[in-house]
Design a protein around this ligand. Structure first.
Ligand SMILES: C[S@@+](CC[C@H](N)C(=O)[O-])C[C@H]1O[C@@H](n2cnc3c(N)ncnc32)[C@H](O)[C@@H]1O
Length: 242
């Protein structure tokens, strides 16, 4: 019998944003794995906090990941995959909870690929989750796209200045992930494109200490868990971009 591995998106932070499908998958799994940061051992991770609002914490298994140390990262993926392979190799169903959506910049992608190498017959499935970008748009009252406008999602860390400047040069909405720690440089680029007045930033969206506001009001620093939305240039009248 082949086991199953489900990548379950649990939303950006608010436990109420876990979908019914995700909840059923978590409840029905033989083992539920949640990521934890190795540097903050003993602390509940974000995904775990969301899941723990719905399931008994004792039923959750933590997997340690290394966020900062690049050399340790692959080893942690291997260890996580081995623990999951124990479950799916025996024909069981493992669920891996991941914040937001499992197909958007998620560790699940690497873990799943490694599990597949260990247990080639594993059935892989993902369950979508609400992303930080969607929650921020809703909370900040920003329309992400309308009519023919493109919507660009960039990670600031890897894309760097050039890709960002190119996207900001266009007409559409630009969403930036992973840019909180270098917010000052990010805001400079948005200002240079003449779009700072409409840009919004959300830090820890959906959590108790969230902060949502004009990007310019964040004085140059925000945490890693921050998302910036630069809404499309909209001068046309209603529906004119259709
Ligand atoms: C590794 S990616 C995870 C993305 C996630 N899988 C998703 O679908 O939204 C981490 C980035 O997601 C964004 N993010 C995730 N959760 C967030 C939250 N609660 N508030 C603000 N930004 C968040 C931040 O830009 C952060 O740097």
């Amino acid at each position: 019998v082949s086991g199953r591995l489900l990548g379950v998106g649990v939303g950006p932070g608010d436990p109420d944003q876990l979908t019914l499908k995700a909840l059923a998958a978590l409840r029905g799994a033989d083992r539920v794995f949640v990521p934890a940061t190795e540097s903050s051992a003993g602390e509940q991770g974000r995904a775990e906090r969301i899941v723990a609002a719905h399931l008994p914490t004792a039923s959750l298994t933590r997997l340690a990941f290394s966020m900062r140390d690049r050399t340790r990262r692959p080893r942690r993926w291997d260890e996580a995959a081995a623990a999951i392979a124990d479950v799916v190799g025996a024909g069981g169903t493992a669920a891996f909870a991941t914040i937001g959506d499992p197909n958007v910049y998620s560790t699940f992608t690497y873990v799943a690929a490694t599990v597949r190498r260990l247990v080639p017959e594993v059935e892989l499935e993902t369950i979508p989750g609400i992303t930080a970008m969607q929650d921020l748009a809703a909370r900040a009252g920003v329309v992400l796209s309308e009519g023919s406008e493109p919507l660009t999602l960039l990670p600031f860390s890897a894309a760097g200045q050039e890709a960002l400047a190119e996207a900001l040069d266009g007409e559409g909405t630009v969403v930036i992930y992973k840019g909180g720690a270098r917010l000052a440089g990010l805001l400079d680029a948005i200002r240079a494109a003449g779009r700072l007045d409409v840009a919004v930033c959300g830090q820890d969206v959906g959590l108790g200490d969230e902060r949502i506001g004009a990007a310019g009001s964040f004085d140059g620093t925000a945490g890693y868990m921050s998302t910036i939305v630069v809404p499309a240039r909209r001068t046309a009248g209603r529906g004119e971009k259709l």
